[in-house]
Structures are given as C-alpha cells and as structure tokens.
Design a protein around this ligand. Structure first.
Ligand code: UDP
Length: 240
C-alpha cells in the first residue's frame, strides 16, 4: 500500500526494505522502475500531469527529502523516514556486485559516468559496470540500443527531473533492463565531482542546507519548497 503526500504516492519502507523489494522485483523479471520524489518533485507534479502519472505508476517510490517527511507528518500519515536515492543506489549496487547483476550508468556531462564507473568498481569488488552514456543526447534510440547491447540488468538514470522519470517510463521496457532508478545528480557524487553533505548534516535533515551553502544558485529552486508544508497544512485543515 502506498502513502499519498499531496498527490504523489510513496512506499513507506526503510532503506533496507526498499533494497530488498528492488532485488525481488529484479529476480521476478520484467521491467520495473523506481522514483525518488523530493518536495520539488511534488510541486512540479501538481502542474504536470504526465510527470505525476509516471511518478505514481512507479514500482518503488522513496521519499528523498526531509520536506516530504514533514509534510507526511502534517497530513497525519507519517512516513517512516527519508530514503535518499543515492543511499538506496549504494545498497542496490552492493547487491548487484554480490549477485553478478550488470549495471549501466546513464546521465551527467560527458565523461562523468565513466569516472563514476571507475570509482564504483573500486568500491564494490566484483561489480560489473557493463556500459555508460552521458545525459546530453538528442535521440533516444541509440541510448536504448546501447543499454540493450550491454545486457544491463540495472540502470542508474541521472538526467534531472522530470526528464529522467519520463525517459525511464517511455524507454525502459525496450532496453531489456529489469530495473531503472532516477537519481538526479548522484552520478556526479559517485564520480567525485560533487560532494554530499557530511553524515551529521544528513542525520539532522539538513542536507538541503549544506547543498544550498555550496551551490547558492539553488536558492530560486529551494525558495518554493516551504510551500509543500503550507499546502500540507492547508489540506489537513480542510480535512482532506
Ligand atoms: N542532466 C543530464 N541531462 C540533461 C540535464 C541534466 O544528464 O539534459 C544531469 C546533470 O548533468 C546532473 C543531473 O542531471 O548530473 C542534475 O539533476 P538534478 O538537478 O535533478 O539533480 P539534483 O542535484 O537535484 O540531485
């Protein structure tokens, strides 16, 4: 059962449960995809029906932002806790390395996915990164073919939202991959070109603040985010 927060559905699972569920989906065969909505996704999905549908049809949806957790509490249906997409991806990569599943990295500027692949191979002995592709392509077909030819099981997709979610839903089944996840800028982190907040900031739910300090251009994106809490309070007051 999914928990709805302002029109977007979430799975109320811990990080370990999310990884376990993804592993079961991959073992079951067929194509599946996961999404990592944060408050920015929720606001954008309100005006973008195609994006909302793709988010809500995902096999796995994890709350990737402390604002989603606060909004769920305000609405009176609290989610267990934040599951950052990048932490989920690390768990899934470890599982792929253990079980011999093949990983493909799609997204970011040219050269970044290759750097991420080298770093992940070093971190997870036995991992097969079967292919990479940058995220600035004009046509989908060659990318679909590249994933198919690489015989990828799992694809990490970092094209930014909503592009990555729409891309996975539209092109995923034709690639032959079993599982895709939209991860925003995570490949840049795996490649070591951007840094995540230190763990104590993450634990305090202040990762957003750390990112803002290091990339002040994000201010216009972030200024809208408290709106999610205001909308949640409004919905609660109206008793919906
Ligand atoms: N990106 C891409 N293709 C595009 C637009 C963006 O590969 O056409 C990549 C970009 O290089 C970066 C990531 O998408 O790696 C940024 O996504 P987003 O801003 O959603 O990530 P966040 O920083 O919020 O995790």
């Amino acid at each position: 059962m999914k928990t709805e927060v302002l029109g977007v559905r979430f799975d109320d699972l811990s990080l370990e449960e999310m990884v376990h569920t993804a592993a079961s989906l991959i073992e079951a065969g067929g194509f599946h995809y996961a999404v990592t909505p944060n408050p920015e996704f929720i606001l954008s999905a309100r005006d973008n029906e195609a994006f909302r549908e793709v988010l809500n049809q995902a096999d796995l949806s994890m709350p990737d932002g402390i604002g989603v957790i606060y909004a769920s509490r305000i609405l009176g249906r609290p989610l267990k806790g934040r599951v950052p997409g990048i932490d989920f991806a690390s768990g899934l990569i470890a599982w792929a390395a253990r079980t011999g599943r093949r990983l493909f990295l799609l997204g970011s500027k040219p050269g970044i996915a290759e750097l991420a692949a080298a770093s992940l191979r070093g971190q997870y002995p036995g991992l097969t990164v079967c292919g990479t592709h940058d995220g600035y392509f004009k046509e989908d077909a060659p990318v679909v073919s590249a994933i198919q030819e690489a015989q990828a099981d799992v694809v990490l997709v970092g094209l930014g939202a909503p592009k990555q979610e729409l891309w996975m839903a539209q092109n995923g089944p034709a690639t032959g991959a079993k599982f895709m996840i939209g991860l925003g800028g995570a490949l840049d982190v795996f490649a070591g070109v951007t840094q995540r907040a230190p763990e104590r900031w993450q634990k305090m739910g202040m990762e957003w603040c750390y990112r803002l300090i290091h990339d002040p251009k994000r201010i216009s994106r972030m200024a809208k985010l408290p709106l999610v809490l205001v909308q949640a309070a409004g919905q609660r007051v109206r008793g919906k």
